[in-house]
Design a protein around this ligand. Structure first.
Ligand code: GDG
Length: 459
């Protein structure tokens, strides 16, 4: 059986075979643990005189990391990947910026990854690349002479062609993406948007059908397969963690707070997650449903992310201002409606918190999948489940249509959904929860990984 080689921007910090958090790390790690293999990526270090890093092995997994120079970091990571691609992939045109030298830097780092990886690859290895940082990696690897099967899974959305084309180097990106053998997307909407771009804007393209679906594109003289692989979570693992009591101090405090019902949100502090609109919706909820005053707390956990990028600093300042203003307007001497926690928490605190919350607000403006939505559902007590309020623009909404689906730009609609969630009868909550759990058990994390791997093997 050929070996699996995983490439992602960062290699997750692994201790004794366990990743810290997140779907990518958990899913990939499982695959590597079972079959053994290699994981290649950036160390997270920015160093100008970079030494080759020694390999590390954890069980059957070999980890290889490289450092980035300050210039590479600024142009590739901070610049093109996170301030050009990320906003556009999330339909936020005009939020980021584009500079040709940064795009060149992005290509240069994709080449750097390829140069580091090529000597490690054996002829029959399967190479599984992750995410928007490495759209050009297969092209760079082909330039190194590699003929292995190489697949890309895009964790973010792929936007409509007119949106993608606002990136001045869009044609070069698509051409490079077509050096992969398999392109995996979270939803059919993303896959169709990619096909749509290729059909309309690339030369010499034919789309063929496979199993009744339009899946294969023959483009620039190569066959590129496309597929839809919604990422999942380990349902039973999440539930087990959710049932484990947190430490005694926290448990006591939580019980003391039980009189107040909890609406919870957990997001990386990112403008794509719709936090500003959500805060506004909660404010409207407080204004329109005064009977809920004193009875409900909205807790937003938002660990800062990419904080050296201006747009991220701006959203942080805005939210701090808004949280203060909303509390100033509605708080009582014995009640604070909005609790804004600007830091991360360990998973063994987060999962029990999910289980405590009567409702979870997951309202990104756009999201590849959104694992918080799935973790929240998995964490619930099936007898007494809470209600998921989910943006119709999260990939997860395609599977979790038994959630209360909302438009994150509709503040009044979100406010009504909060009120509805808090008064929903237990039978309806159970019914919705069961329906969502059923889909999640089918589209498990194992299935995501196995289907992608099998399709890449067959590509
Ligand atoms: C990208 C795509 C896609 C959050 N705060 C804490 C914490 N988290 C964990 C959550 C969850 C993960 O981080 C966040 O995953 P999401 O899917 O919600 O969002 P992105 O980070 O944007 O991920 C996304 C995903 O890739 C996978 O394909 O779903 O669409 O954007 O697991 O629980 N974990 C801990 N403390 C925190 O404070 N421990």
């Amino acid at each position: 059986m050929s070996r699996l080689v995983v490439v992602s921007n960062r290699v997750a910090p692994i201790q004794e075979g366990e990743a810290t958090a997140g779907g990518l790390a958990a899913g990939v790690l499982d695959a590597l643990k079972q079959k053994g293999g290699l994981w290649f990526g950036w160390s997270g270090e920015v160093k100008d005189a970079s030494e080759p890093q020694p390999e590390r092995t954890v069980g059957p997994i070999t980890l290889f990391t490289i450092d980035l120079s300050r210039k590479d970091y600024d142009q590739y990571y901070r610049g093109f990947a996170n301030d050009t691609l990320w906003p556009v992939l999330h339909y936020q045109i005009g939020l980021g910026h584009f500079e040709w030298p940064e795009f060149e830097g992005y290509r240069r780092v994709n080449d750097l990854f390829a140069a580091g990886l090529t000597p490690l690859v054996r002829p029959d290895d399967l190479i599984w690349v992750h995410d928007y940082h490495l759209l050009c990696l297969a092209d760079s690897l082909r330039a190194q002479g590699l003929t292995n099967r190489i697949g890309l899974f895009l964790h973010t959305p792929f936007p409509a062609p007119g949106v993608f084309m606002t990136i001045p180097s869009h044609a070069e990106l698509i051409r490079a993406m077509c050096a992969y053998d398999l392109l995996g997307f979270q939803t059919e909407i993303d896959r169709a948007a990619f096909i749509d771009y290729v059909l309309r804007h690339a030369d010499g393209v034919r789309v063929e059908t496979e199993g009744g679906r339009k899946g294969i594109v023959s483009v620039f003289g190569r066959i590129v397969r496309t597929g839809v692989y919604p990422i999942g979570v380990h349902v039973d693992e999440v539930r087990a963690q959710a049932e484990t009591p947190i430490n005694r101090r926290q448990a006591t405090r939580m019980r003391a707070n039980l009189l107040e019902r909890l609406i919870l949100s957990v997001d990386r502090l990112d403008y794509s997650k719709g936090l500003r609109q959500r805060f506004a919706a909660f404010e409207r909820f407080l204004a329109e449903f005064p009977a809920q005053h004193g009875l409900v707390t909205f807790m937003q956990i938002a660990p800062p992310s990419r904080s050296d990028i201006e747009t991220y600093q701006r959203i942080r300042r805005e939210l701090e201002g808004e949280a203060g203003r909303i509390n100033g307007r509605f708080a009582e001497v014995d009640w604070v409606p909005l609790r804004y926690l600007n830091r991360g928490f360990p998973r063994n605190v987060l999962m029990p918190l999910y289980a405590e919350a009567q409702a979870c607000l997951v309202t990104p403006l756009r999201d590849g999948m959104n694992l918080v939505a799935k973790e929240y559902v998995a964490a619930q007590d099936p007898e007494e489940p809470g209600v998921l309020i989910l943006s119709e623009f999260a990939g997860a909404a395609r599977e979790l249509d038994a959630a209360l689906l909302v438009n994150p730009y509709d503040e009044a609609g979100m406010a009504r959904a909060m009120n509805r969630a808090l008064s929903m009868p237990v039978e309806e909550r159970q019914e919705r929860h069961q329906a969502m759990l059923k889909v999640m058990r089918t589209n498990s994390l194992e299935r995501w990984r196995d289907r992608f791997e099998a399709d890449l093997r067959g590509a």
